[in-house]
Design a protein around this ligand. Structure first.
Ligand SMILES: [Zn+2]
Length: 229
């Protein structure tokens, strides 16, 4: 064990800038809804990301939105511009689980943030409201995309993945009472049990993941479970 406690603030995906985004969403993925429930789950929470509805490549990050606000409203004071930029950023950012963030990463909006800000013919408040409405429409489009993909992926999980996972876990029970406080210990214990049987396990689950194609063994040269015997 290291002597110094880890500085959690180094984890920028969860603290600092991200903390405000996750606080607004209640740490619930705004695209698929995972993480809902009365008490936030730590293991899910630490997988959360900040999703920019209008992405970085389209000027959706705060630094670029500040430049656009300055270009569009040069006569406003720094404080008023900063408030406007921050509000626009809040409208453009949501909490997304790592799956949803990844699966929507190629989404491109019809309009960039610079077009929405610099191209606005309205005052600051009307510009903000128009961007908020636009971001909401992007959010809805992404939700529909996630829902469409998730239906198929969940079905494939149930049919092709879950049986193998249950088969792998079955002989190596994880005792519920050992899951707290340190699930790392539980994970290590599980891996130690599995390591000796790795070859047998991978052989037994190397049937097809797809009905049409035989599955190849998925043992990487360096397995996360440790060296393959
Ligand atoms: Zn999600």
């Amino acid at each position: 064990m290291r002597e110094r406690e880890y500085d959690y603030r180094n984890c920028s995906s969860l603290f600092g800038y991200a903390a405000a985004v996750h606080a607004r969403s209640g740490a619930i993925c705004q695209l698929c809804g995972c993480g809902r429930g009365e008490r936030p789950d730590f293991d899910l929470w630490r997988q959360l990301t900040v999703e920019h509805l209008i992405g970085e490549s389209q000027g959706g990050h705060l630094a670029k939105n500040r430049l656009a606000v300055t270009e569009r409203f040069p006569s406003l004071s720094f404080t008023v511009r900063e408030t406007l930029s921050t509000r626009i950023d809040a409208a453009n950012t949501i909490t997304a689980c790592s799956f949803c963030n990844s699966t929507t990463s190629r989404d491109r909006s019809e309009r960039s943030m610079a077009e929405l800000i610099v191209g606005s013919n309205s005052g600051p408040e009307e510009t903000y409201l128009a961007i908020e409405a636009y971001a909401t429409s992007v959010l809805e489009r992404k939700r529909q995309d996630v829902e469409w993909k998730m239906t198929s992926i969940r079905s494939a999980f149930e049919r092709h993945v879950l049986p193998d996972l249950l088969e792998t876990r079955c002989p190596f029970s994880i005792e519920a009472e050992k899951a707290e406080p340190s699930h790392f210990e539980v994970g290590r214990h599980f891996q130690e049990q599995v390591r000796d049987k790795l070859q047998q396990i991978f052989h037994s689950i190397s049937r097809s993941t797809s009905p049409s194609a035989p599955r190849r063994s998925c043992i990487p040269s360096t397995s996360p479970l440790g060296p393959v015997p």
